[in-house]
Design a protein around this ligand. Structure first.
Ligand SMILES: [Zn+2]
Length: 249
């Protein structure tokens, strides 16, 4: 799992602009428990582009933020890091969006909600007023208060540094945890993956390195295959191993 730099929101979702704040508040006001949640994050702008989807794909260089699988606009799911149910009041918060593959969104993480957040109220900063009743437990903004307070969640690679929570063993192609957050991430994402795809990747790279394949070709292969984080770790591992073997005695 790779650290992602959270990009600024696309202009249409920049809530420092009053007109966008107004629009977001209208989206929230129209939510009702009887109706399904409108996916405004998938909507096109005036020029026919889907700004949220485009920005998320750029942010991750077209990889799933969790497992690293390659994604495109047609296969990407806009994943809500904290699930939109029960946290409807952060449904339209840019900072809660991550690009993900279908498997991570629909089958692996699904609607996982950290148990410590059950019954808590998290609200988008655009909805906050000091007189709000009942007062929210967390205001959702760039202070990431809810991330900091929650120790039983998974890694948010746009906020956390995955290396602090996980160790990757390039030989077995498995993750080991360093923290509780890392442990839950493995349980929810990596333990549910078919690791053959990762061991195949590692073996391909082993053969490339062994055969002395030019670096540029290996780099192209890793970018095309996806799971870039794993690909580069495997490259480091096999390069070290083969150079150690070739060293003069
Ligand atoms: Zn994925």
């Amino acid at each position: 799992m790779k650290k992602l730099e959270r990009l600024a929101p696309p202009p249409e979702w920049d809530n420092s602009k009053p007109e966008n704040q107004e629009k977001l508040r209208e989206f929230y006001a129209a939510l009702s428990p009887e109706k399904s949640i409108p996916d405004h994050w998938n909507e096109k702008n005036a020029t026919g582009k889907k700004p949220v989807r485009e920005r998320l794909l750029t942010m991750s260089n077209k990889h799933c933020a969790y497992c690293g699988a390659p994604i495109t606009d047609s296969t990407m799911h806009v994943e809500h890091f904290f699930p939109k149910k029960p946290f409807t009041e952060i449904t339209y918060a840019w900072l809660n969006y991550l690009p993900s593959c279908e498997a991570c969104n629909m089958r692996r993480k699904k609607t996982f909600c950290p148990p410590s957040l059950e019954g808590k109220r998290i609200i988008d900063a655009v909805l906050y007023s000091p007189d709000a009743e009942p007062p929210p437990d967390f205001i959702f903004d760039e202070n990431y208060a809810v991330h900091q307070a929650t120790a039983d969640r998974i890694i948010d690679p746009s906020y956390d540094n995955p290396d602090e929570h996980l160790e990757f063993d390039a030989f077995s192609c498995e993750y080991q945890h360093k923290t509780e957050i890392g442990r839950i991430t493995i349980e929810k994402i990596f333990a549910q993956m078919d690791t053959k795809i990762l061991t195949d990747l590692s073996e391909e790279i082993r053969d490339f390195v062994k055969d002395g394949t030019p670096f540029e070709r290996i780099e192209r292969f890793i970018k095309k295959y996806g799971y870039e984080y794993v690909g580069w770790k495997a490259y480091e591992y096999w390069s070290e191993r083969f150079s150690a073997t070739n060293k003069p005695q």
